[in-house]
Ligand binder design. Sequence first.
Ligand SMILES: Nc1ncnc2c1ncn2[C@@H]1O[C@H](COP(=O)(O)OP(=O)(O)OP(=O)(O)O)[C@@H](O)[C@H]1O
Length: 591
Amino acid sequence: MIDHSISVPNLINTQNNIGKWMTQNPIVLTKQQTIQEAITLFSYYKFYGMPVVDEHNHLEGMVTKTSIMNALFNKQDSSLPVSHIMEVELDVVFPLDPLEKATGIKEGCLPVIKEDQTLVGIITRTDLLKAKSIEFDTVKSSLDYIGILQQALNSAYGGMVIVDHQGLIIEINDAYCQILGKKREEVLHKPVQQVIENTHLHLTCQTGEEERNRIQRINGKEMIVHRIPLKKETHIIGALGMLIFKSIDEMYTLAEKTFFPKKTTESQTQEKQAYFLKSIIGQSLQTQKTKEQLVKIAALPSTVLITGESGTGKEVYARAIHNLSNFGTGPFVPVNCSAIPESLLESELFGYEPGAFTGASQTGKKGKFELAENGTIFLDEIGDMPLLMQAKLLRVLQEKVIEPVGATTSKKIHLRVIAATNQNLPHLIQENKFREDLFYRLNVLALKLDPLREKTEDIPDLVTYFLKKFSTEFQLPIKSLAPEALDKLLHYSWPGNIRELENICEAMVGLSSHLQIGLADLPSQLFTDITEDLPITNDTTDSLEHHMQRVEKAIIQQTLAMCDGNKKQCAKLLGIQRSTLYKKLANYQIN
Ligand SMILES: Nc1ncnc2c1ncn2[C@@H]1O[C@H](COP(=O)(O)OP(=O)(O)OP(=O)(O)O)[C@@H](O)[C@H]1O
């Protein structure tokens, strides 16, 4: 993976000790050398002082220009050894001492020794001046660097903010300040989460994870942001936040200007609708009405409940609503509530904190709700949600907050909820299997999908669409359907609805060796349609629903027999999910 994190230059050298700046290997004297020799060396090297060492390089004293001058004025014999005039009570410094320790030199230089008295150098006033002037240049150039950085930030079109490893703001540009309606001085050194709404930058400093093109709500507007960790070697030392577009609207305006310069807003909306409704095949009156309703629903932010038998396209409609809605730029996260074991459902939906339970990941895990932030969560098979989870979901819908497992605080969420079921929720409510209050929360906007047998006008279009789809997928010439075969499809009862039709088309394209699929290529289930042979009861007290259940039971029994009891194959043929088949088998007590 490419590491996009930014490394920060080392602006100031912190190792400003004496060892770094001292004069190493200085000229030294031994005790036996004469005053005359010292005078010669002084006049040649222009030193202020020279250390006197023994044969092991241990410091014994110091001969300075002052001590030489005194000797000369006192008419001392210059052939005497320097031990006569050397200073023995000395100030000394050590290599690791800070530079400041040497700034007290009143005159000349100081010997630098190790703990065992070995001489390692001298530090002179010239050394000190050099160190200070270089330090000054470094600070100055780092100040210039910060100045350049500020200019660069301020010339950026979007907002930029830099935080340190604790999430405290250390730099912010004018554009961001304008968006926040705050002054730079007001927000500097404050925790970023107290200044910028819905920010994650402080978390970026903890996770080191880069996030690009995320939607963040600030001042009621959705904006696109990048969050980039700043690293020095392997350490995270802060994070850079970039606000790319000041709002989604601004991005659309820009995209519109670039891609659709002359079109009116209305025609753009129609184009967008046409694009996303294209995936919903069918021109029957019912389908047309459902699509019209879909467009109206998409424009609203409220929760949607889609009902319809298995395979009628509930997820297809949910995706279209998402794409046409204001949440369309965010993620679409489908969750099949019946496929997740009850014990895992809560953590799957709401996530968990690090180490929340035995076996939990040490980094924690985001739940589906958090993953769907600024987008849509699609809760399929909501009728199968356990009662305890229903209560938790109700709270989420009411308060718009989630509480990850093991967390002590709750998190605000901003997303749209679409739920779907093939079950009769009012019946489940009567049986105390579904909460009435949750039903009303979900059913704010209702979309009911008709079974395929009630809109057979859609079948020709669907068949054409699926034959083309699978012919292309299997790299075969595009196949068609003979009129008598189509007629058979139009008179079948389609218990698995569009999914069953899709599966049959897939099998026909793959298995038929003819370009035009005839009656002989149709699967046997179409010829043994149980509903054709079903006795019509004269019992007027029997409700339509009971009739339907008898029909459904008979179809399942017959299909299962055809598949020699193979439930996987039976579910596929019926166009229902295996979990749905198992439930129905249990309901009808079919073994
Ligand atoms: N109007 C449609 N046009 C084209 N394809 C469709 C349409 N409706 C459904 N399909 C296809 O039928 C299959 C089943 O659709 P989908 O999964 O949306 O049904 P469902 O009602 O959610 O089923 P379940 O209740 O079993 O979850 C999918 O492969 C989908 O692409």
